[in-house]
Write a protein that binds this ligand. Structure first.
Ligand SMILES: Nc1nc2c(ncn2[C@@H]2O[C@H](COP(=O)(O)OP(=O)(O)OP(=O)(O)O)[C@@H](O)[C@H]2O)c(=O)[nH]1
Ligand SMILES: [Mg+2]
Ligand SMILES: [Zn+2]
Length: 353
């Protein structure tokens, strides 16, 4: 693996001297797994873990490594593992902020030049959603490019294109068909050596289909959409960085029907009303509703009180919404409680009789 193919040279040129100085062990975050990261480095694939300094204090979600990040690591001898030491400055990012909360943002990808906004010309077509994606891209210092997909099956493609053009006069917009391979070369033309791009859009819009066509391989799993409303089935469940032969980096992302789905784990729970209503019945207040003992939600699923499919969708979203952060939050909560107990035991806090 060459750092150059991952876009390092272009990225490095944007760094100030101190950031880049003396850093030999550089890798790029390719996948965020539960509890670890897949890193791409000179020496190939490494499992990135966090320790020590990184874990010493409670961090905000955005301070954790994200797909697309350049990181400095320390290799563990004799293993394909590395300790993540620091994250190099993000030149751009595509992120979703929770309403009214500027501090806690959920980052979808970092250090990308272009955001391909993929929208189906079928039931997925929605101008206000396009607008939000365009804002998101510009906010994050990325160039938005709109890809209106599935033109092979849309009879009104031309009029929809004109509508979109009228609204976004400064954005490049293309009619394409990932499946019928129409306009693929126009997309390919953006992804030159050293360029990183991310694909966003609803589930079922055709992001993974398009990525496969760009790769010339069936690498990404593709799922059917529902006939009545064109909704996808959340086929892609992880953000993933993929290298293109001849340079260029593609990031596939799980699609969301609503941009509001890019939210923290707690909000995921709130979105599932039947699950939310049972949370009080869990034995532990920090129950993860998956592995924790005495979980009222798991029990309700077992006895059929909650729809199993709905529960599985909940798990998928819950774990998608940044597993590491959720885990760290729980740890911090425990530590706080322990500290509080100690303090209360101290004599000066005991009530005088
Ligand atoms: N007719 C038509 N169907 C397409 C086109 N592109 C993709 N599809 C179909 O749309 C469905 C969804 O495609 P995916 O590539 O899985 O969509 P996605 O955006 O990756 O969806 P998620 O991974 O769930 O976010 C599949 O059945 C594809 O075959 C197209 O250009 N025309
Ligand atoms: Mg996909
Ligand atoms: Zn529970």
């Amino acid at each position: 693996m060459k750092l150059k193919d991952l876009g390092w040279e272009k990225y490095q040129a944007s760094l100030v001297q101190e950031d880049a100085f003396g850093q030999e062990n550089i890798a790029r975050v390719a996948v965020e797994n539960r509890g670890s990261y897949l890193l791409y480095a000179k020496e190939g694939e490494l499992e990135g873990i966090m320790r020590g300094k990184f874990m010493n204090f409670q961090k905000m979600g955005s301070q954790y490594p994200k797909v697309g990040d350049w990181i400095v690591f320390e290799k563990i001898d004799g293993e394909q593992k590395a300790i993540i030491k620091s994250i190099l400055p993000r030149r751009s990012k595509i992120s979703r902020k929770k309403a009214g909360d500027d501090l806690d943002e959920q980052i979808i990808a970092t250090n990308v030049e272009i955001v391909f906004i993929v929208q189906g010309l079928d039931g997925d077509f929605n101008l206000s959603r396009l607008e939000r994606y365009v804002v998101m891209a510009k906010d994050g210092n990325c160039q938005p490019v709109i890809l209106l997909n599935k033109c092979d099956v849309a009879s009104d493609a031309q009029s929809k294109l004109e509508k979109v053009q009228a609204i976004f006069s400064e954005v490049e917009i293309f009619l394409i068909s990932a499946k019928a391979e129409i306009g693929i070369e126009k997309v390919r033309a953006f992804v030159n050596e050293g360029i990183s791009v991310v694909f966003v859009g609803s589930s079922g819009a055709g992001k993974s289909t398009l990525i496969n066509k760009l790769l010339g391989a069936e690498r990404q799993k593709v799922g059917q959409v529902r006939l009545d409303d064109s909704r996808g089935k959340h086929t892609t469940i992880k953000r993933e960085l993929i290298m293109l032969d001849g340079g260029g980096v593609l990031i596939d992302t799980p699609g969301m029907r609503e941009l509001g789905m890019w939210i923290a784990a707690e909000s995921t729970i709130e979105a599932f009303e039947d699950i939310n209503s049972l949370i009080g019945s869990c034995r532990f207040s920090d129950c993860d509703h998956e592995f924790s003992q005495g979980c009222g939600v798991v029990e309700a699923v077992r006895v059929g009180k909650i729809d199993k499919e709905g529960y599985e969708r909940f798990l998928k979203l819950k774990n998608e919404a940044n597993p590491l952060e959720a885990k760290e939050k729980r740890k911090a909560e425990h530590a706080k409680k322990r500290l509080l107990r100690k303090v209360i035991k101290r004599p000066e806090f005991k009530k005088k009789k």
